[in-house]
Design a protein around this ligand. Structure first.
Ligand SMILES: [Zn+2]
Length: 332
């Protein structure tokens, strides 16, 4: 199945996507099987402490995820039910929320490691690891934001291997499932130039694609048209979907589009303080002159831009960005 999916989608190039875990949906309500796995040497636990993941620097400074054996974590029975993520190769993966004492234990066991922000660390990691961490972090966030029933206020119980919450009040009994906030992100182009915008409050010189949350009562395409017009008053002629990305910061799914503008007229609102229409050559020139900086390669914003640049020039934008980085390091 994975080979087929990879061939027909552009999303596999997006960080956190393309994780081919078998999610073992049929095992989510099988508590006996899960208890056996939690006593099994092939099981790997993904520890999460305050939404942070356990990472260890490898040679060259690239971080790797630390997945721990079930015998490496004390008092596993005090952990709220571990969340069944799925299997890959000979390992089954469970996410566990750990307390401060368990955190100290793990840091003593892995003295090089740190509980770190996945967004900052993800670009240098292996794809499977980054995807497992993103999946675990998204469920962890949802579980911690739904401790109580939204209807009657009673505590929620965690069921179905961590994939369902059920109100403990039997009269209410309301079930809740993991929530994702859909957002659109769009690279607007016009006759060979792309539009990049800058929001106040971003890091210096940062320019990126336009993006926003999908509102109730909107299709994804409606949201693209509305966001582009709200932010820069550019009118669109056409659009097409390109790729998507799970983005657990904290709970989004990003749908990436390309859209062609009717013309290059724009007007700024308060959300965007500057925009630039850039041909591939101008983009490269402004990057080399350090007049603009792009979002990190881990983001779908970078990927949309990079895929467009490659379609226009035949060269991946990563080459350009990496060459600039190497030259700056050398000149320093
Ligand atoms: Zn309830």
């Amino acid at each position: 199945m994975s080979a087929r999916v990879d061939k027909v989608t552009a999303s596999t190039r997006n960080r956190f996507s393309g994780v081919r875990l078998d999610r073992l949906v049929e095992r989510r309500d099988d508590r006996a099987w899960q208890a056996e796995q939690l006593d099994n040497g092939n099981t790997r636990l993904v520890p999460l402490w305050r939404s942070r993941c356990l990472l260890q620097p490898e040679d060259g400074g690239m971080p790797t995820a630390v997945f721990v054996g079930t015998d490496e974590l004390d008092q596993i029975d005090t952990i709220r039910p571990p969340t069944l993520l799925g299997s890959s190769g000979r390992h089954n993966y469970f996410a566990v929320t750990i307390n401060d004492a368990q955190r100290d234990d793990l840091l003593a066991r892995y003295p090089e490691s740190r509980f770190s922000d996945l967004r900052l660390a993800a670009s240098g990691m292996g794809g499977l690891e980054a995807g497992i961490l993103a999946y675990a972090k998204a469920l962890h966030y949802w579980q911690h934001r739904h401790t109580f029933c939204g209807v009657c206020g009673s505590p929620n119980r965690l069921l179905s291997g961590g994939h369902r919450m059920q109100c403990a009040n039997e009269e209410c009994n309301r079930a809740t499932f993991p929530r994702i906030d859909p957002a659109i992100i769009v690279l607007v182009t016009h006759e060979g130039a792309c539009l990049l915008g800058r929001q106040p409050g971003w890091p210096p010189k940062r320019y990126s694609t336009l993006a926003g949350f999908v509102e109730p009562g909107e299709s994804l395409e409606d949201a693209v048209v509305r966001e582009v017009f709200e932010e820069v008053q550019v009118k669109l002629k056409s659009m097409h979907y390109r790729s998507s990305q799970p983005w657990p910061f904290p709970a989004s799914a990003m749908a990436g589009f390309y859209a062609e503008a009717r013309n290059r007229d724009y007007r700024l609102d308060q959300e965007i303080e500057d925009v630039r229409w850039l041909t591939p050559g101008e983009l490269r020139g402004q990057l080399e002159a350090d007049e603009i900086r792009l979002p990190p390669p881990v983001s779908i914003a970078f990927r949309l831009l990079s895929d467009w640049y490659e379609m226009e020039t035949g060269e991946p934008l990563e080459y350009v960005v990496n060459a600039i980085r190497r030259r700056r390091r050398r000149d320093r």
